[in-house]
Design a protein around this ligand. Sequence first.
Ligand code: UD1
Ligand code: UDP
Length: 386
Amino acid sequence: MTRTLVVLGTRPEAIKLAPVIHALKQHAGPNDQTIVCSTGQHREMLLQTFEQFEITPDISLDIMKKGQSPSDVVGRLMIELGQVYKDHTPDWVVVQGDTATVLAGALSATLHKIKVAHVEAGLRTYDNSEPFPEEINRRAVGVVADQHFASTKLAQQNLLSEGIPPESIMVTGNTVIDSLNWMLSSQQSSTQPNDPNERLIVVTAHRRESFGEPIRQICLAIRDIARNHDNVRIVFPVHLNPMIREPVHEILGDEECVDLIEPQNYANFVRLLQNAHMILSDSGGVQEEASALGIPTLLLRDCSERPEAIDSGVVLSVGADRGKITSHASTLLNDADVYSKMAQPTTVFGDGRASIRIAKCLLNLPFDADDLATTSLNPVEANVPS
Ligand code: UD1
Ligand code: UDP
């Protein structure tokens, strides 16, 4: 019998853990149990995602406060999650990524001597200031985790170089590809024809290191792009963090060709991506989705923990520099050769079966040929049990 407690708190964790939760439930034996604990670090953006993926948490902590800091979140969760772990005594706690929820979820579990499984392990920039505090969170979780599910071989290499035992690492692919495939194949997300005269640019931004001047530079660049190009429509679902919302609405609120919209549910957002000519984003998950869909993306950051996206050519890192953003966007809008070189889909982030591999590993189930047969992952190096 395996009792698995999945802890999640923000939109990207819900998107990337939804297929893992469903796979755990689907493959469970009669005595296995999967418990879902929502910390509620995000409120509206998390509920929107649960609804989309038909997830009802068994435990909801509802800790979000307006304008919270990462240390507020970690401090409150260390106490609240400790009680959850005492009440439910899981064999495994599963966390995904690098948020405050993930740090508290993993640290508290390890202090209660509960095994930690880390999904999307091994992402690194090796710069604690970028992304902040995510680089610190994921490295700390790497120290305490008992099982590391790395999305790519590069992430596996990072973990090995830090002295993580090879037998505790499994290369699975990124679960976001499972979620993306789910949306693409469901009726909820069908491609609608664009206005043939308009090229759609989708924007997202939320990183803490962009607060202040960088987000203003990003907004001014978006305004330049909107004003200097014909037949361009910019759609920007604005993150609910007030540190982002305020400058975005101040600078872009009255722009004719810019639509500032509320955060979209995943089906709607995937539909936007499918229709996008180009993406401007500082998001982690969007880099992976853009790579899978082959949509040229300007990364509004100076570095990425997902160098595979940059190496494959779909994503170009331009930082939060107004001049660089506008000039690269102009090139992509005006130069068909440059555009088509970037617009190449890649399977580097996985084959859509990451969640099944993760569930089978946690439930000690044998792997079948499909689990082992992948285009971009080497099963021998992936350390998949035979
Ligand atoms: C958090 C994560 C970040 C992740 C991002 C995904 C940390 C430190 N940061 O950043 O790693 O990439 O989520 O989006 O864990 N808010 C709402 N409603 C919501 C969500 C947020 O009102 O549904 C507002 C609240 O005022 C909240 C603020 O946004 O206090 C910040 O939320 P928080 O989770 O602390 O940070 P994010 O910037 O969202
Ligand atoms: N996303 C969404 N609705 C939106 C914007 C983004 O569902 O309006 C999804 C997006 O497809 C991706 C995830 O949210 O899977 C990324 O979340 P975010 O950028 O907030 O966090 P990060 O991935 O940078 O941690």
